[in-house]
Design a protein around this ligand. Structure first.
Ligand code: MTE
Length: 321
């Protein structure tokens, strides 16, 4: 495996900027009315000088979520990434540095008591204390990692959002800014990237809003400043750099489902017995070591999540694509 070394100039901004400098910039933004204006961070003309806003790293590890395998090297997890907004190769981490992630406005709308637009840091603060969890991470392409994520249970997002009784799904959306993310100039993709979960999935203990990895804030290429982490599903469900959560009674149609619903369905639960139409899912290749391991049902989280699907037997293999 070819590993790219990080250059010194690619330091995460939060490591390079004093906290008081960053706080003053944030105060300035709110005074001139940009924070809360619903602008995508990348639309701001001078925002590239700002630091990553979410603090609290490293967070205490929650021992309830540990692993049977060594962690993937950080270098590997941050340089072999899927982020089609920046191109379809795995080593787009350099291109992703153009993304401005502070400030980062997030909208919560749809079937909620009160719609809100707030900065990612404020949303995380409202959700509660961050923790570290070690999770398996399995891409539909049959590579896998073991990642120490930082974040907060997705159920806390639901609590903050105060959904109406009729809400059944959460639709999540990534930013859309082709000037920064040049992959979004490729008009055959249905931008912006969209994903969705049922309310029951969002409330499951495993569903996680990721804000960091390896004891630090998320790298841009891994979906800064916040992303979804659903370890029992194929990685494409783990939408990056989220700008909107919409509570709805309609099942969202996700990005990959729009492109090829027979290959990348809504449920996408990991299952070694249901092959992708073009390759086997029986084993997975660990990034870094290239070790081949048997794929596990629900990626090893059957005890935690199988109950979500117990009344859905009639779906057959659609649960997995
Ligand atoms: N989110 C967005 N917005 N764009 C993407 O291209 N790729 C998905 C998912 N989230 C993707 C995305 C896929 S296919 C995978 S496997 C995971 O992100 C990869 O996460 P990682 O690069 O942090 O390992």
């Amino acid at each position: 495996m070819y590993i790219k070394k990080h250059k010194s100039w690619a330091l995460p901004e939060h490591l390079a900027t004093d906290e008081h400098v960053y706080l003053n910039r944030r105060q300035l933004l709110s005074r001139i009315g940009l924070a809360g204006a619903g602008l995508a961070a990348s639309q701001l003309p001078f925002a590239s000088a700002l630091a990553a806003p979410i603090t609290g790293f490293p967070a205490p590890q929650n021992d309830a979520y540990s692993l049977d395998r060594p962690l993937t090297m950080e270098e590997e997890a941050t340089t072999y990434t899927n982020f089609y907004e920046f191109g379809s190769s795995k080593n787009i981490w350099r291109k992703a540095q153009k993304l401005v992630t502070d400030p980062w406005m997030v909208t919560i709308d749809g079937m909620v008591e009160e719609e809100m637009v707030l900065d990612a840091a404020d949303l995380i603060k409202k959700m509660g204390s961050q923790e570290e969890r070690l999770y398996r991470h399995r891409c539909v392409e049959a590579w896998a990692m073991a990642v120490p994520w930082t974040g907060i249970a997705m159920s806390e997002l639901v609590r903050v959002a105060r959904p109406q009784a009729g809400a059944k799904f959460i639709r999540m959306e990534t930013f859309h800014n082709p000037a920064v993310a040049r992959g979004q100039k490729q008009s055959w993709y249905p931008w912006p990237y969209v994903e969705g979960v049922t309310m029951e999935e969002a409330m499951n203990e495993m569903a996680f809003i990721g804000t960091g990895m390896y004891g630090k804030g998320l790298e841009k290429q891994n979906g800064a400043p916040l992303r979804c982490v659903l370890p029992w599903k194929y990685g494409f469900k783990g939408i990056k750099s989220i700008v909107k959560f919409t509570f709805t009674d309609q099942r969202p149609v996700s990005f990959w489902e729009q492109l090829a619903s027979n290959e990348y369905g809504f449920w996408a639960n990991v299952n070694p017995e249901i092959d992708h139409p073009r390759w086997s899912q029986a084993t997975e290749r660990m990034l870094g070591t290239n070790e081949r391991l048997p794929t596990q049902l629900y990626n090893g989280y059957e005890a935690q999540v199988a109950g979500l699907y117990k009344d859905m037997d009639g779906l057959g293999d659609r649960l997995y694509r």
